[in-house]
Structures are given as C-alpha cells and as structure tokens.
Design a protein around this ligand. Structure first.
Ligand SMILES: *[C@@H]1O[C@H](CO)[C@@H](O)[C@H](O)[C@H]1NC(C)=O
Ligand SMILES: *[C@@H]1O[C@H](CO)[C@@H](O)[C@H](O)[C@H]1NC(C)=O
Ligand SMILES: *[C@@H]1O[C@H](CO)[C@@H](O)[C@H](O)[C@H]1NC(C)=O
Ligand SMILES: *[C@@H]1O[C@H](CO)[C@@H](O)[C@H](O)[C@H]1NC(C)=O
Ligand SMILES: *[C@@H]1O[C@H](CO)[C@@H](O)[C@H](O)[C@H]1NC(C)=O
Ligand SMILES: *[C@@H]1O[C@H](CO)[C@@H](O)[C@H](O)[C@H]1NC(C)=O
Ligand SMILES: *[C@@H]1O[C@H](CO)[C@@H](O)[C@H](O)[C@H]1NC(C)=O
Ligand SMILES: *[C@@H]1O[C@H](CO)[C@@H](O)[C@H](O)[C@H]1NC(C)=O
Ligand SMILES: *[C@@H]1O[C@H](CO)[C@@H](O)[C@H](O)[C@H]1NC(C)=O
Length: 770
C-alpha cells in the first residue's frame, strides 16, 4: 500500500518517531463538539457584525436559509451563486475558482501560481500579487474568491494540488497565506481559505463508486504543529470564509466534523467567518449543527429541509441566524454593500455565447506579474560561468516541447481548466484511475490543471522571447521542439533544453520525473558542452538523472510563472535581472528518500473504507530528511544567485518576561513577540542580488524536528551593500502543542537559533534559553 523505504537508517528513525508520540490510526474518531458557537463580532469583525446583525435581523427564516445555499443561474458562469433576498435587496454572491487568476473567463491575467510565489520567499510581492488578483475578481463581479490554499501542504510530493499552495512548510505557507488574505480582501473580495483539512491527496479524495473517501487520520499534535498552522495565520489575517475539504478526518467527513468546525476552527481559533462546503462534498442536514454554514453549488441537504428542521426542532433557529450572520458579515467586512461592488457575476460570461468585453486587468499589475515571474525561478546549478550571458551568444540551440506555446488557447474546456499543454488530462473522468505523462508535451506550462488554473491574456513563451532577443542581438537560433534525439549544431554557444512536470487537481502524479525528458537532456548534453536545462514544474521534479553531467552547466526550476514566463526567463538569462528564488520544498536524490509518505494512500482491491494514517507526524519534507539523516540533492530553501552573500553579527534579544509567561491559547498572547533576532547580510559579490535569509529554530525535547523554519526576510542588495534583517519570533514560534493541556507551551531548555541561506547552509548559530 505504501511505498516502503529501503533505507535502513530511515526505517530506524521513523520507528523511533512512532514510539515517541501518539499517532492516529484507522480507529481514530472525532468527538462531537456541540453546540456550534455563534460568531461574536470581535476585533476587525466588529462593525461588519453590527451591520450583518441588523440586516439578518430583518430576514425571515426562509430568507436566512436561502442565503446558505447555491442556486443554478443562467446569466453567469460563476462556479456557484448563493440565493438572494429580493425583498430586502440583498443581491447574493458569486463564488468562483481561483489560483493564479480568475478562471474560465477572458480579459484577465495569469499571475504566477502559488508554488511560484512560494519560491520567491517574498512577502511584499506576494501581497501585491494577491491585491491585483483580487481586483480582477472584483472587476468581474466575483464576491468570493476560492483561495488561497493552506492545504494540501504537500505531505506526498506526488500530490496533484501541491502547486496550488505556497510551500510544504507550514510557516512559509502560513506567512504567504496571511499576506494573500490581506491582499485579496484589501481589493474588496472575500477570501476562502481552503481546504480544511488533511486534503493531502487526490486519490480517493471523494466517495467514488461505492467507496468512502479516504480518512486522513491525524493526531492532535501533528494537526496543530503542521497542518493547522497555516490556517491559523490565514484566520488571524481575517480570512472571511473557509472551505472544508472533501475527504474524511478521523473517519468523519470534514464538512460534517464538529470537532474540526465547531471545536478547532470556531472555538479554538475563534473564526468569525463562514464555512463553505467544497463543491458537492459529502454532508448531511446535521452538518448545520456540526458547523457548516454554506453549501454549493445547489441546495444539498439544506434548502427546504433546513427550514423544516428548524420547525421540528432538529436545528435551532439561532444556528441558522448565525449561519446567515457569518455570511453577511463577510460581505460587509470587505465592503461589498451599496455601490461598492458590481452586480454579482456580471463579468463571468459564457465565452461561447455573445458577451460584452469586461476587461478586469489593471495596468498597474504588469510590473507585479513580471517581477513575480522572475522571483519564483530557482537557479540550481551554474558552472563555467554559464549564466548570465555576459555577451550576446552568436548561436543558441533550443530543444524540448516546453519551449513553445501550446497549440490552442480558446474558449474550450482546455482553456477553462489550464490543460492546453496536456489535453489528455481534460478528458479523464474524475474519480477514475487515470495515469498521465509526467510531462505536458503539448507546450510550455504556466500553471497546473483544473480549479487552480486560469487562461492567460497571452503567453510569452521561452522560444519567442529568445527570438525577440535574437532580433536585437543578431543571434542565430536553432530549434527542434519535437525530437527526443535532435541534431545539435556543434557551433552552438549554448543549448537550452526545456522540459516540464505537470500536476492537476483530481489525480496524483505518477512520479517525479519522466524518461522522455531526461533522455532529451542527456542526448543534448552528450553533444553540447554548454547545456542549460530549464524545468517548468508544478511541484518537485527530480534532477539526478542528469544534474551531475559535466556538460549540464546550468539548471533552473522555473515553476509556473504565469503569462510573462519567457520574458522573465530571458531577463534572467541575459543578466538584466537576477535569480533570487529558493526552493519551497526539498529535491531528493531519489523518490524513496521522501520516506513513508512518498505515495498517496491507495485502497487495496475491494477496500471501501480507505484509511490513511499520518503516522510520520510532522516529519515531512526537510523535517524528515534532517531527522533521518538523508542528504537531499537540493535542500529546502536552496537557490543560487549571481552574487555571494555574507552573514554576520547575530544578535538575539529574548523578552524574558513574555518568554516565561506560561501556556497560551490561540487568543491569549500567542502572537506576542517573545524574542527578536537580528543578522547582517552583505552582498560581497560583483552583481546585484536579493537574499532570502532564513531563520530556523531547534525546539528542545525529543518530540520536535532538528530544525523548523520560523522566520525569513528577503533583502535586495547591490554589490558592497549590507542590510540588517530582523526576525520577530512569536510565542507560537517557540511553542509546541500540549495535547493534554490543549494549549501552546514554550519548552524549558535551550532553543537552537540557526540563521542562513537555506535549511542546510546555516551561517550563524546561537541559542535562546527558556
Ligand atoms: C483524531 O484522532 C486522534 C487520535 O485519536 C486525536 O489525537 C485527534 O485529536 C483527532 N482529531 C480530530 C480532529 O478529531
Ligand atoms: C432565494 O434565492 C432565489 C435565487 O436568487 C430567489 O429567486 C428567491 O426569490 C429567494 N427566495 C427568497 C425567499 O427570498
Ligand atoms: C513593496 O513593494 C512595492 C513595489 O515594489 C514598494 O513600492 C513598497 O515600498 C514595498 N513595501 C515594502 C514594505 O517593502
Ligand atoms: C430532505 O429530507 C427528506 C426527509 O428526510 C429526504 O428524503 C430528502 O432526501 C432530503 N432532501 C435533500 C435535498 O437532502
Ligand atoms: C426534521 O426535519 C428534517 C427535514 O425534513 C428531517 O430530516 C428530520 O428527520 C426531522 N426530524 C424529526 C425529529 O422529525
Ligand atoms: C456555454 O454555452 C455553450 C453553447 O451554448 C454550452 O454548450 C455550454 O454548456 C455553456 N457553458 C456553460 C458553463 O454554461
Ligand atoms: C524509464 O526508464 C527506466 C529505466 O530504463 C525504466 O525502468 C522505466 O520503466 C521507464 N519508465 C517509463 C515510464 O517508461
Ligand atoms: C560534452 O560535449 C562535448 C561536445 O561539445 C562532447 O564531445 C563530450 O563528449 C560531452 N561530454 C560528455 C560527458 O558527454
Ligand atoms: C531510487 O531508489 C530505488 C529503490 O531503492 C532504486 O531502484 C532506483 O534505482 C533509485 N533511482 C535512482 C535514480 O537512483
């Protein structure tokens, strides 16, 4: 069932972990937590709640029930439309898929995907990306933007949706989710932080063909310290809604799980917004009491039955009032009342039918899209001065299916679902076992597949960007984008090989590399002493098949850059811009190095009750590699630049009083800054650069990984320039989740403080005593 590691050391380490902490197994249950807490309207929600209580106070029961469900409409193609309250002039809301832009419509932009933003390690840029994406949703009349993504995090590197999130690391994911929530909502749209929780695989994510969906069995400590962590950041940042996930947690469907929704989310995290069903996810009438507030795309088990259930006492009317209040409060929170917002869904028209041009793009977003595209490229290898090109090459040879545009970008389903380069994905039926070529061989990829994808305004593909540059420089360009064994002109100054790794919602990946692409790289490298490999990747892509080849002088993971892909790349190659991205995950030497969670859980023949025990706890990605002593090929946080950075002057200032203030709940002091760490970073090379400096903590005790990311800042520096970086550590950053006390506690003992350029390139170390 699971991919068993052959590594002996790894086996021993995982066993040790299993013994030292309780794990959730197939008999795991979620206790009932009732009643569902009503939203309080505290903090930033105060005035939104005041307004919502007034409006909802004048609604009848039918009207309140009406806005907790979806209705099919014919005048827009939003993924969902809520009911309306015509009597009071409440217009309802359009809900629509999101990721790197507005999906399935025209006159919008393709921004870099979340994994690309994650690789930028840039909070400011991520915030601006979110703001301009949000503006496009608003311009189209989309009230609720179905994102960002705090889960899946990427327990299995094969996960089909990992690219829709920023990183497998909960801290990096949490920080960038918070920036995104604030950015989207500042633009006037409701975010929908998804998918709560444990939606770590596409395989059996829903009940299909008589089998229940997979049950993600997660122990309480792992839930808090890993999977819930980024949701905490998003909720704190004001996320106005949360999407519950398709699969089961501890054998109860997430959208019916009162421990999760009433307990963890609405009580512990004090969430004041509404919980939205993932489309047609499994739920029941009783889900209302279990904390679910809105269902989509139709009436599901609510509608008239919910009204009747109030009548016969099954659901208290107070609960329905709370559901409606949470929904309307979210609407007020981002100021969608009055003339502030267009008619819901007005710009979301069927592209096959006559429709008005509704251009959602703001010219001010253009530099953000290009900057973002550049910032998520990660330079893995750069030898013999391969990059940047210091003078214009006389001859460039370009190879690989990924160098050019896909054949179509039109009104069809391929366009809607981001599958232009991998048409076979669009044909597969959800819930069936489908296997795809790891490479999307129909052209370059700028996003992954399905709900997190969108159609770009245009695609500046690598080859055409290179051709434009050749026009300016008088470069001779050769290309063969077909053959796996192309001829190579020996007079080439450089050979660029473009390959990719695609992933999509709906199915997990079959592997982390493909033979055709690896064969192409090796074929070219055998004939060209200066071979540069560019990999567009919707997730981890292994490179061991060729990375050590002496003729592979440079390698770039170009992730999913959005519509400015080729222009961004050419600027980087020619040194008009610099590489500053770093890996938001680990690239292993071999699949087996990822350990027990490498592959998604799969049912045995006839198994209709698939159990997936998250027995590895928090030992996922680098936490696992560090713990098990496995050397990765390129570690978490790794990325080269065109310059060199020196770290110095570590200064650690704990706030002794706050540090020893005792255990904390979510609201009580968890976000106090208990220590400040400073370091100086200097650019000691010859070229401009920006360094994403990272801080890791070693939390004392046997139950915590050797290192965990707890701070990062990206600082742009000219040659000879230095900058002081300040990391602020909150009480949560130093805490572990105490399962017995149900609180976050700072451990007594010595905390290791590690500041450096990656998770394995630590330049400065110190300690905090607690
Ligand atoms: C799931 O079960 C585990 C093991 O019994 C328990 O530690 C955890 O709190 C449960 N989580 C939820 C959300 O029910
Ligand atoms: C419920 O919403 C639908 C769809 O917008 C609308 O046609 C209907 O009038 C609403 N019902 C009530 C009771 O307001
Ligand atoms: C964020 O980026 C924008 C545009 O690049 C810049 O104007 C602004 O000063 C930056 N803000 C911070 C806090 O760095
Ligand atoms: C409403 O409840 C009735 C009686 O319990 C049930 O038969 C019916 O399927 C429910 N309708 C929906 C849409 O769930
Ligand atoms: C109450 O009404 C709901 C919806 O029609 C129905 O499913 C449920 O069985 C009823 N319960 C009782 C106790 O009558
Ligand atoms: C758009 O219109 C076409 C042609 O009438 C129709 O086949 C298609 O189903 C419509 N799409 C949506 C999403 O409504
Ligand atoms: C790729 O090549 C390896 C080694 O030659 C082989 O074992 C494997 O089956 C091939 N995989 C595919 C998908 O062709
Ligand atoms: C590197 O490329 C040169 C052609 O420039 C070729 O002669 C040589 O064999 C290649 N090296 C390897 C290890 O393939
Ligand atoms: C990866 O590990 C597997 C199992 O140990 C082994 O069969 C395979 O050859 C390894 N692949 C590479 C590229 O080293």
């Amino acid at each position: 069932m699971w991919f068993l590691p052959s590594h002996n050391l790894l086996g021993a380490a995982v066993l040790a972990v299993l013994c030292s902490q309780p794990t959730a197994a197939s008999n795991a249950q979620s206790p009932l937590v009732h009643p569902s807490p009503s939203g309080k309207g505290s903090g930033l929600w105060a005035s939104a709640y005041e307004q919502a209580r007034e409006l909802v106070g004048s609604m009848t029961l039918e009207e309140k029930v009406n806005i907790t469900r979806g209705f099919a409409v014919t005048d827009n193609v939003c993924a969902g439309n809520t009911g309306t309250v015509p009597r009071l002039g409440w217009p309802g809301m359009c809900l629509h898929d999101a990721g790197n832009g507005v999906r399935a419509t025209d006159f919008v932009s393709s921004f870099p995907s979340a994994i690309h933003a994650g690789a930028s390690w840039d909070k400011n840029l991520t915030h601006q990306r979110a703001f301009y994406i949000g503006k496009e949703f608003k311009a189209k009349g989309v009230n609720v933007l179905l994102g960002p993504n705090a889960g899946p995090l990427g327990r299995s590197p094969l996960g089909g949706r990992n690219w829709e999130g920023f990183s497998v690391d909960p801290y990096l994911s949490g920080q960038l989710n918070a920036e995104t929530v604030v950015g989207h909502q500042a633009a006037g749209v409701i975010t929908n932080l998804k998918h709560l929780i444990g939606n770590e695989q596409e395989t059996n994510r829903r009940p299909y063909f008589g089998a229940e969906a997979v049950s993600a069995n997660i122990d309480d400590k792992t839930l808090h310290e890993f999977y819930l962590w980024p949701f905490m950041d998003g909720v704190r940042a004001g996320a106005a809604s949360i999407m519950c996930s398709y699969q089961r947690v501890n054998n109860t469907y997430s959208c019916d799980n009162s421990k999760l929704l009433n307990g963890v989310l609405k009580t512990e995290l004090g969430f004041e917004g509404f919980v939205l069903l993932d489309w047609s996810a499994q739920h029941y009438l009783g889900s209302a009491n279990n904390g679910l507030d809105m269902i989509m795309p139709g009436g599901g088990s609510f509608g008239q039955n919910l009204t009747d259930a109030v009548g016969n006492g099954t659901v208290p009317e107070e609960r329905v009032t709370d559901m409606a209040t949470r929904i309307v409060a979210a609407w007020y929170l981002v100021h969608q009342d009055g003339d502030n917002f267009p008619k819901p869904g007005f710009g979301m028209q069927n592209l096959s039918l006559p429709h008005e041009q509704v251009d959602a793009r703001d010219p001010q977003s253009r530099p953000i899209i290009l900057e973002g595209a550049m910032a998520g490229h990660v330079l893995l290898k750069n030898e013999n001065g391969a990059l940047p090109f210091t003078e214009a090459p006389a001859m460039l040879s370009v190879f690989g299916y990924d160098a050019t545009v896909p054949k179509t970008k039109n009104t069809d389903i391929l366009f809607n679902l981001g599958y232009e380069s991998s048409p076979e994905m669009a044909q597969a039926v959800l819930g069936t076992e489908a296997h795809f070529d790891q490479a999307a061989r129909g052209g370059t990829i700028v996003t992954g597949g399905r709900a997190g994808a969108n159609g770009p305004a245009y695609i500046l593909d690598p080859l055409s960007a290179i051709q434009h540059r050749a026009y300016l420089d008088g470069t001779w360009v050769n290309w063969d984008l077909e053959s796996g064994t192309p001829d190579v002109n020996p007079a080439s100054d450089a050979c660029l090989v473009f390959i990719n790794a695609i992933a999509t919602e709906g199915w997990d990946r079959d592997g982390l590399h493909d033979n055709f692409s690896d064969g192409l790289v090796l074929h070219v490298a055998a004939r060209c002493a200066n071979t540069l490999v560019v990999v567009h990747a919707a997730g981890v892509r292994l490179v061991d098949q060729w990375i050590e080849h002496p003729n592979v002088t440079a390698a770039v993971v170009a992730h999913l850059p959005g519509q400015d892909s080729g222009r961004a790349l050419v600027r980087l190659l020619y040194g008009e811009a610099f590489f500053s991205g770093k890996l938001p995950y680990t690239i292993a030497r071999n699949e087996s190095d990822y350990g027990a969670a490498y592959a998604p859980c799969r049912p045995e023949e006839g198994d209709i009750d698939l159990q997936c025990d998250f027995a590895e706890g928090v030992y996922v990605d680098y936490r696992h590699f560090d713990q098990a002593g496995i050397v990765p090929r390129f570690e978490f946080g790794f990325g080269l630049s065109y310059t060199r950075f020196e770290y110095s002057d570590l200064a650690i200032k704990p706030d002794e009083k706050l540090l020893h203030a005792g255990a904390s709940t979510y609201v009580d002091g968890l976000w106090d800054i208990v220590a400040t760490v400073q370091a100086t970073v200097a650019n000691i090379g010859e070229r401009d650069g920006a360094e994403a400096a990272q801080l890791y903590l070693g939390i004392p005790g046997d139950d915590s990984p050797p290192k965990q990311l707890r701070g990062f800042e990206k600082v742009p520096l000219h040659p000879g320039e230095e900058g002081v970086i300040t990391f602020e550590l909150t009480r949560r950053d130093l805490s572990i989740w105490d399962v017995v006390g149900q609180s976050w506690v700072v451990q007594d003992g010595e905390y290791g403080v590690y500041v450096g350029a990656s998770s394995r390139d630590i330049r400065l170390t110190g300690t905090i005593k607690a």
